[in-house]
Design a protein around this ligand. Structure first.
Ligand code: GDP
Length: 422
């Protein structure tokens, strides 16, 4: 179909529970790997007197990548009947957390893998917690290595109820729990013949049902102002439309100033012939606008529509990943950057600290290097912000300490109300 949708899926699970095997299998079953390559690897295994491992496939792709030949194995692409999938392998969860929270990678959904013979382990729970922390709400649980337990339904049901109860406690609902054998191929692309008692989807079907993140143009209009230029007698407001759509004639509002205007023209260069001027633009495009009235607005403000504006605030709650040597604590002063705004920020409270090595929460007033925590920031002046769950582009913040990036995070809530309207 022309409207194939892209879904980014992270795969997590206890080491050795079969992530690489499942990924190799999925690549193979979806035609991502030439049959000749598999035959070649099987021949190598046979020559060495070793059983063929699907994870060899990933290793061999990794080797090719090291030589600059093929794909990045931490981001594997394949297609299901209606989706383009990017499977993100999470090598270490600290690294993954950092990437997710600072915006380097974003997952729309997750596969959580459990070895049927090992059951739910501490690491499995930590990974569940990680998904909760990152706000990944679509999770499919895969119970792998069913061959090791003779495809016993009772074993599967026990794991299923334990993991769904755990996830539910975190507010994460498993969209499916699927018994498979990645090695044998049962339940991956084809219904497992040895699990006739299971009526749910295959892994591929489950992947096909994940919803992609909402496209940026479907979200409310957000254009952070990059610069305001003045020439002739006109003012031009320039920025990039991060989300939503903008049209000539539309009423807009700038936050935090609350100033209102109507879009008069969308300027392009070279100047188009009369009648061919641009009248609308959508997310992803740079825009230079003139307005119907002279108002004073600044870099850092966010342009939106009056009925769906970001809130102006001086207090936000942020879930951040901290990278700097010095611990973050109450009173630490930083520079906060959200979209094009810049402001001094002081830590007013530290609410929760998580050690990503163990993903355990502990009471602390300090967030150390490589830890995750929730803090309340007090800003030196109002900025416009959205909670991350409403808009990832204007709900993400970068923090600097001593001129260097020291952390980054998601805006969990905007604590002040609307700024007073001028
Ligand atoms: P990872 O560490 O999670 O990537 O795990 P691997 O994919 O490397 O698998 C770890 C071990 O489990 C390997 O020896 C695999 O052959 C084995 N394994 C993976 N899937 C299955 C399966 O479905 N059944 C059985 N019996 N072994 C499996």
């Amino acid at each position: 179909a022309a409207d194939r949708q892209l879904v980014r899926i992270v795969i997590v699970g206890h080491v050795d529970h079969g992530k690489s095997t499942l990924i190799g299998r999925l690549l193979h079953e979806t035609g991502g790997i030439p049959a000749a390559k598999i035959e070649h690897l099987k021949a190598i295994s046979a020559r060495r007197g070793m059983p063929f491992e699907w994870s060899f496939l990933l290793d061999s792709l990794q080797a090719e990548r090291d030589q600059g030949i093929t794909i990045d194995t931490s981001q594997i692409r394949f297609r299901t009947p209606s989706r383009d999938i990017i499977l993100i392998d999470a090598p270490g969860h600290a690294e993954f957390l950092r990437n997710m929270i600072t915006g380097a990678s974003q997952a729309d959904a997750a596969l959580l893998l459990i070895d049927a013979a090992e059951g739910v382990r501490d690491q499995t729970r930590r990974h569940g917690y990680l998904l909760h922390l990152l706000g990944v709400r679509q999770v499919t649980v895969v119970v792998n290595k069913m061959d090791r337990v003779d495809y016993d339904e009772a074993v599967f049901r026990a794991i299923e109820s334990e993991i769904t109860a755990y996830l539910a406690g975190l507010g994460v609902q498993a969209s499916a729990v699927i018994p498979i054998s990645a090695r044998e191929g049962d339940g991956v692309a084809e219904r497992g013949t040895r699990t006739p008692w299971f009526t749910g989807p295959t892994v591929l079907e489950a992947l096909d049902q994940f919803e992609p993140a909402r496209a940026p143009q479907e979200l409310a209009l957000r254009m952070p102002v990059q610069a305001v230029y003045k020439f002739d007698d006109r003012r031009i407001v320039a920025g990039r439309i991060e989300t939503g759509n903008l049209a000539v004639g539309q009423e807009i509002v700038f936050q935090p100033s609350g100033k209102v205007a109507v879009v008069k023209t969308i300027e392009t260069w070279p100047v188009p012939p009369a009648g061919q001027e641009l009248t609308a633009l959508q997310a992803g495009n740079a825009a230079a606008l003139t307005l119907d009235r002279e108002i004073f607005v600044e870099r850092g403000e966010i342009l939106s529509v009056p009925s769906a504006r970001p809130r102006a605030t001086r207090r936000i709650r942020v879930r951040l990943f901290w990278l700097a040597e010095e611990a973050l604590e109450v009173g630490t002063t930083l520079i906060a950057r959200l979209a094009t705004s810049e402001s001094r920020a002081t830590v007013a409270a530290v609410h929760e600290v998580v050690d990503p090595g163990h993903l355990s929460t502990f009471e602390s007033k300090r967030i150390g290097r490589n830890q995750v925590g929730e803090v309340e920031l007090l800003l030196s002046r109002p900025i416009a912000a959205d909670p991350h769950r409403l808009n990832p582009r204007t709900g993400r913040i970068a923090l600097e300490l001593g001129g260097r990036i020291a952390g980054g995070g998601l805006v969990i809530s905007v604590l002040d109300g609307e700024a007073a309207q001028p």
